[in-house]
Design a protein around this ligand. Structure first.
Ligand code: DX5
Ligand code: ZN
Length: 219
């Protein structure tokens, strides 16, 4: 059954703990935290201290999205801060296979993310060693952008490979997920949908927005 993972980029970060608690109370089963370093992507967001704060606030698994250069140096700090799944970008390292192995050795679920411009087939030789693939359906860096539809073909390719090879792989879609695009992602084979602006906006309460999204994906 598909899960919704709120991203707090457009939340009121002055009330971070409350904002994630509200989403979890309304049915979020994962919290997605976007880590940006000002190099891999222009903005700078949050570090391990924020992860610790969220770890204390809620009991659900924390999904860390590392949009950072040299992710090798950041795996352990974010694992120790409380990350359950740690996702680094394929484009940010020469050694994706090694990093996936290191994450599993740390007891984390190992995740790898793909930018919209990167073909999914580059993952051919690493998906057997990953617990999750994150298909970016926006260019990373900002919340509230438009969904890039070519990501759906990547989700379909991953779902076929997973089936063909009997892999235990979670397929996550990140970026531009809303009431219209969420059903497309589910139809393509996604298991987890990250949603930021669709949950944290001024059109509805967090609870109302969560309920609408869950309903859109048939839950
Ligand atoms: C983009 C982030 C996403 C994004 C999700 O760099 O990785 O997690 O903020 O937010 P929305 O749903 O607003 O696209
Ligand atoms: Zn993200």
């Amino acid at each position: 059954m598909v899960k919704i993972a709120p991203s707090i980029l457009t939340a009121d970060v002055g009330r971070l703990a409350d904002q994630v608690r509200e989403a979890v109370a309304a049915g979020a089963e994962i919290v997605h935290l976007d880590v940006m370093d000002g190099h891999f992507v222009p903005p700078i967001t949050l570090g391990p201290l924020f992860v610790q704060a969220v770890r204390k606030a809620v009991d659900v698994p924390i999904d860390i999205h590392l949009m950072v250069d040299r992710p090798e140096a950041q795996l352990r700090p974010f694992r120790e801060a409380g990350g359950d799944t740690i996702n680094f970008h394929y484009e940010a390292t020469l050694h994706p296979h090694r990093l996936l192995g290191e994450l599993r050795q740390m007891g984390a679920r190992a995740g790898i993310c793909l930018n919209p411009g990167t073909p999914v087939t580059v993952l051919q030789d690493v998906i057997a060693d990953a617990d999750q693939v994150v298909v970016m359906t926006v260019n990373p860096g900002w919340g509230g952008q438009l969904f890039i539809e070519s990501g759906l073909d990547k989700v379909r390719w991953l779902a076929v490979e997973r089936e063909r090879r009997g892999l235990n792989l979670t397929i996550e879609v990140d970026g531009g997920v809303n009431l219209s695009t969420a059903p497309w992602c589910v139809g393509a084979g996604a298991d987890v949908l990250v949603a930021g602006a669709a949950i944290y906006n001024d059109k509805g309460t967090v609870a109302e927005n969560m309920r609408a999204l869950l309903q859109a994906v048939g839950r």
